[in-house]
Design a protein around this ligand. Structure first.
Ligand SMILES: Cc1ncc(COP(=O)(O)O)c(C=O)c1O
Length: 312
């Protein structure tokens, strides 16, 4: 790289991720499946996109000013991304998280200088009341003066960050995208991408996914599970019925085994939510059939999960 091609800050390295075709895990007779490698963002997750838009939109409106402290409740991916953006821009960051999430994420947030406040999960699992109680704590902390609550689950600024992902897909797959699917936590990623794909081609079929053990969208109730980042136990306010066609619940065990296959057969080291995305992508690609194209996302890097039991 020449000195003139050096970028301004690490924030310029967010986005423009590669998009590749899955070659080995997709059975015969299916539509082609393309996947964005979002683990190549600076903190190893697509959340870097929304952290940038959440902070920069708040700055643009004047809601966030130099010297203020940013507060958020997060399982750790959003927190790591916000911690990165706050470190670069010089904002103190207080994050409410839990022992239910990978220690790598908790340590990453601290490494970027965040003050990490833990809500203890007695089972070590993501229970239906965990995220709501983390949010309560974050709301309480953000009452202090000069604090800005990022509030990822209700903040529509997240959508701005993910629209770039949709635009990249359109330019990387010029033959057209017939369908898109993605697992839903706060729903920012799928909604931001769907907005772009559907405005380009209204017949593009968008499917939102959740763990079968926490079927808030498909059945109306939450449940205990271990898929980090999704299945938050309630309907995310950003989820817009106009922007998706179908919701599917996918077994966590199938997602985990697909995550392992993705590593061994495609060389994609990712987490369980990515495994869910690919399990659903294959189901949908079977229905679409040959000659069609489906896109999905590898949400984050599996390096965050190698110490857990995903790859045992
Ligand atoms: C690993 C992982 N997958 C999927 C998601 C879901 O993304 P979204 O909140 O945009 O729906 C998240 C969100 O935290 C995540 O961390």
């Amino acid at each position: 790289m020449s000195a003139t091609s050096c970028t301004g800050s690490v924030l310029d390295a967010i986005g423009n991720t590669p998009c590749i075709e899955l070659k080995h895990v997709v059975p015969e007779g299916c539509a082609r499946i393309f996947i964005k490698l979002e683990g190549l963002n600076p903190t190893g997750s697509y959340k870097d996109r929304m952290a940038c838009s959440v902070i920069e939109e708040a700055e643009r409106r004047g809601d966030l000013k130099p010297g203020m402290t940013v507060v958020e409740a997060t399982g750790g991916s959003t927190g790591s991304s916000l911690a990165l953006v706050c470190a670069v821009k010089g904002y103190p960051f207080t994050v409410v998280s839990s022992n239910a999430f990978a220690e790598e994420k908790l340590k990453t947030m601290a490494a970027f200088g965040a003050n990490v406040d833990i809500v203890h999960s007695p089972t070590g699992k993501i229970t239906p009341d965990l995220i709501p109680s983390m949010r309560e704590r974050a709301k309480e902390l953000s009452q202090a003066s000069d604090h800005y609550y990022a509030d990822q689950f209700s903040n529509r600024d997240v959508l701005v960050g993910y629209e770039s992902l949709g635009r990249e897909l359109l330019s990387q797959i010029p033959d057209g995208i017939h369908a898109f699917c993605g697992a839903v936590g706060g729903a920012g990623m799928v909604m931001g991408v769907a907005k772009i794909l559907k405005s380009h081609n209204p017949s593009c079929q968008v499917t939102v996914l959740e763990p079968a053990s926490a079927p808030a969208i498909t059945k109306g109730y939450g449940g205990q599970h271990s898929v980090e980042g999704i299945g938050i136990g309630f309907l995310p306010p950003v989820l817009d019925k106009q922007l998706y066609d179908e919701a599917l619940a996918i077994e966590e065990a199938e997602g985990r085994s697909m995550a392992r296959r993705l590593a061994r057969e495609e060389g994609i080291l990712a987490g369980t939510s990515t495994g869910l995305n690919v399990v659903a992508a294959i189901q949908l690609a079977k229905k679409l059939g040959p000659g069609k194209i489906l896109a999905t996302v590898a949400c984050d890097t599996g390096l965050k999960y190698v110490r857990g039991d995903l790859y045992d």
